[in-house]
Design a protein around this ligand. Sequence first.
Ligand SMILES: [Mg+2]
Length: 372
Amino acid sequence: MTTDVLIRSVTAVPYRVPLRATLTSALGAQSHSNYGLVRLGVDDGVEGLGEISMIWHGDGARLCAEVDDLLAPQIVGRPLFAYEAILADVRSALRFGRHSLAAVAAVEMALLDAQGKVLGRPVVDLLGGSCASSIRLSMSLSIAAPDRMLAEARAYVEEGFTAVKVKSGRDRRHLVPVVAGLRAEHGPDLGIRVDLNMSCRTAKEALRVCASLEPYDVLSVEQPLPPSDLAGSAFVRERTSVPVMVDEGVWHAEDALAVLRAGAADLINVYIAESGGIREARRIANLAALFGVEVAIGSMPETGVGTAAAAHLAFAVLGLEHPSDVAGFRYHDADVVHHELTISGGHLLPPTTPGLGVHVDETALDRYRTQG
Ligand SMILES: [Mg+2]
């Protein structure tokens, strides 16, 4: 009886793993990921895993204390399949900080991972089953000189990727040369995304950037304006043919509703860490669908557990057409888990093993764990 399965322990372990190469965006340069691994022990030696992946508000590692001190006491001893009741208490224990949603998300991932492992089913099956045979990925190009960005894109294309995301910021001298160069070199089939990471100060500035990209058939321009400027985003969206994606402007479902009601987005980039869980992220996708708005799955980037969670989410979202960022592990030089994620021809293949398909690599975790 699954109702008899009890949660016996919850701990969070901070860790720091290096990226393969420093990622440079409008937000700064990231060389390591400082995240947390939630380990949720249940009966019969089953362990559910969740990842606190967060780059905002001082990284995910510092949220380990919230899991250990505030959430674990809410969870230990309760039935593993009391999902909604547990999550309600977890959310209310951390109700005052949106950065804490990454801790809530990690606990939710661990619950679903453990449930899937107990049931012998992949998490995507707990979400209703897979909607796709593969997920088209896009890989992000760090801000650099145009020839370096084009070389990075070339390597991805040679590896089979069919979409890239051009990062940009206040200094946009590289932007049009890179986008034009990509289109000229790779032809019409390469998906080109642009991410401005909130770097435009006014809606008219954002509109000028979008206009400069119109000749190159880009798939989306991401978050040109600050999150609070919904009217500005709607202004831009009405005046350019380039699809406007809101990213930093949507964390949880209430944000999504405000963005959708304001007509501020053609697309929304959804994160498990920001929405507070796999099911919450899918709720945003369902909400967006009501407004005729598509979503993509975004990335911090996550390591193995977080990427696996994003993968199960991506396969559970009906009509996920826009290339997604579900390749976090691919940016890292190390991991603290074993996972089954496979990329082929620039697409993520369906996860098939129980739970999230992740298990702790104890040697690696010992090596990369930190004090938070
Ligand atoms: Mg973004």
